[in-house]
Write a protein that binds this ligand. Structure first.
Ligand code: FES
Ligand code: FES
Length: 220
């Protein structure tokens, strides 16, 4: 089962565990920080910095300069170690990359799905500092100039979106699946989308678009 951050559908316990792990990674001392009032931000920054391998973690104060590789381009961003990839993309990149959507911000909906080294990841559960040296792809990287990717084109042709909030996440999940296997069948496509939720209920159209895009990709 392919699912961002290795969650199984309906696995609330695993989801909660992953959320806890994230919170631990972002700031193991945060709970203590809450009790200690103003220490939350500082403790969070230190723990996240340690996770990212900053040597100067003990003196880290608030914000750091990091370089991310997004859609093949270097992005220099100035972020707190606790900044999520989603926040970095939407608010710190230049130009800002707002195609990746913020909906639940807690690993439940898949609207923020991006590819990290070719694999699906929830950007709201990834720390930007942890992704230095990784290849990040967002929905903005799918088209070539004005030419939509085959999958994007098939989404249009199959009327596979309504409000569109889930669309970038589905596009990235299916792109990952088709890049691994252009002959992916319906079951594989559904599996790839197990971590993506469409509240408008466009699933049948999404899956039709995915299969059509697979055929086009195979025929190239
Ligand atoms: S915004 Fe990240 S999973 Fe919903
Ligand atoms: S098109 Fe609205 S949530 Fe999917």
């Amino acid at each position: 089962m392919t699912r961002p951050n290795d969650l199984e559908p309906g696995d609330d316990e695993a989801r909660a565990l992953t959320r806890r792990r994230f919170l631990q990674g972002a700031g193991e001392v945060a709970a203590g920080g809450v009790l200690a009032g103003g220490l939350v931000g500082r403790s969070t920054a230190h723990a996240a910095g340690a996770a990212a391998g900053f040597e100067d973690v003990e003196t880290l104060s608030g914000e750091v300069d990091i370089e991310l590789m997004v859609n093949g381009a270097k992005q220099k961003v100035h972020v707190e170690p606790r900044t999520t990839l989603l926040n970095a993309l939407r608010n710190h990149c230049s130009p800002t990359l707002t195609g990746t959507k913020l909906v639940c911000d807690r690993g439940n909906c898949g609207a923020c799905t991006v590819l990290v080294d070719g694999s699906q990841r929830y950007a709201c559960l990834q720390l930007a500092v942890d992704l230095r040296g990784k290849e990040i792809r967002t929905v903005e990287g799918l088209a070539t100039g004005e030419e939509l990717s085959p999958l994007q084109d098939e989404f249009c042709k199959h009327d596979a979106l309504m409000c569109g909030f889930c669309t970038p996440g589905f596009l990235m999940s299916i792109t990952a699946a088709l890049e691994k296997n252009p002959s992916a069948d319906l079951a594989e496509i559904k599996s790839a989308c197990a971590g993506n939720v469409c509240r408008c209920g466009t699933y049948p159209h999404i899956f039709e678009a995915a299969l059509a895009a697979g055929l086009r990709t195979k025929g190239r």
